[in-house]
Write a protein that binds this ligand. Structure first.
Ligand SMILES: NC(=O)c1ccc[n+]([C@@H]2O[C@H](COP(=O)([O-])OP(=O)(O)OC[C@H]3O[C@@H](n4cnc5c(N)ncnc54)[C@H](OP(=O)(O)O)[C@@H]3O)[C@@H](O)[C@H]2O)c1
Length: 292
């Protein structure tokens, strides 16, 4: 299949190149070659490449900065996918677009998970613009939206890499991490394989696509540093002790109900993926952190 991967130099985009390159013919684009906010630019690339499918990993992902840049964030996260949906419809191409757990307000009681049937109610600009971007993709005859969460991959930046940096700084200090927000860490390499599985047996629609299980940021940090074999004192704190410009959902755990029903799920428990990730990238990350 001829694939156009957008946002190809981002965290997920790089893993898509690796995961999809063996079985598909790839064209990989990011800023500045393509700006998805320009329908003319998108149309030009679609005419030139005539892809069978577009995988959109491009997004404005700086959740806190989004509060100060709502217009730019909306152009990238809402107008961008609308442009892609229009052009994919013109070309009868499939469109796989990535969205987020931050479309939910997180008021679900702890221990429960959001399904695709639950009503979104984003708390901040990032979540609102990502939700707005889902609509045109879902209206497109060959459109699929995968909502993921707490992504990490080799490229970074991401939460595990930040934890590693904090644990290696001199002089050593305790790391304070929020312990009352629940979600599911998800390896972008696994999500890229999930995208590959959906491309093999494409069914349009809305899918939750995170690893299995759930934890708090504090538990995630503890497991990251244990897998990386880096000793650290990690102190649990409440969200109220770590205010951020954009509010975060307290519980944004997702259930991959539609992937499971369609027989397409390749996701596994988050702890197993983190271990596999650490085995692959621990040495490279330690070198990166030391040379920084
Ligand atoms: N990271 C997470 O924890 C997380 C959680 C849930 C969902 N998601 C979603 O997962 C997807 C992938 O996230 P990620 O972590 O891989 O993001 P990322 O690393 O920030 O990659 C996004 C890429 O899109 C590019 N981009 C930004 N504006 C663009 C535009 N107008 N036209 C074309 N490309 C543009 C970025 O370039 P610049 O770097 O130059 O801006 C970057 O290379 C996104 O849809 C995100 O919303 C992420």
């Amino acid at each position: 299949m001829k694939l156009l991967i957008l946002g190809a130099r981002g965290q997920l985009g790089r893993d898509c190149q690796t995961a999809l390159g063996a079985s598909h013919e790839l064209t990989c684009l990011d800023l500045p070659e393509i700006d998805i906010t320009s329908i003319d630019a998108v149309r030009r690339w679609m005419r030139r490449m005539t892809p069978d499918a577009v995988v959109n990993c491009a997004a404005y992902t700086r959740v806190d900065e989004a509060e100060r840049q709502p217009d730019l964030c909306h152009r990238v996260n809402a107008d961008g996918p609308a442009n892609l949906a229009a052009c994919c419809t013109e070309h009868h191409a499939r469109l796989i677009h990535i969205s987020t757990d931050y479309v939910f307000d997180g008021r679900l009681p702890p221990g429960r998970a959001y399904t695709e049937d639950d009503r979104p109610n984003p708390l901040g600009v990032y979540g609102r613009t990502k939700l707005a971007g889902e609509r045109p993709v879902l209206e497109c005859p060959l459109g699929a939206v995968l909502r993921t969460a707490w992504l990490y991959g080799a490229a970074g930046p991401n939460f595990p890499l930040t934890m590693l940096r904090l644990a290696r700084r001199e002089p050593r200090q305790p790391i304070r991490v929020v312990n009352d927000q629940w979600g599911t860490p998800t390896w972008s390499g696994r999500l890229a394989r999930q995208i590959g599985r959906l491309l093999e047996d494409f069914q349009p629609g809305l899918y939750h696509a995170t690893s299995q299980g759930a934890c708090t940021w504090h538990a995630f940090a503890t497991r990251v540093l244990a897998c990386m074999e880096i000793p650290a004192e990690i102190i649990p704190i409440p969200t109220s002790a770590y205010p951020t410009p954009a509010p975060r959902p307290a519980n944004s755990v997702l259930e991959n109900r539609n992937l499971a029903r369609a027989g397409l799920e390749v996701m596994i428990p988050w702890e197993a993926d983190l271990e596999a990730f650490a085995a692959l990238y621990r040495d490279e990350w330690l070198r990166r952190v030391q040379s920084a």
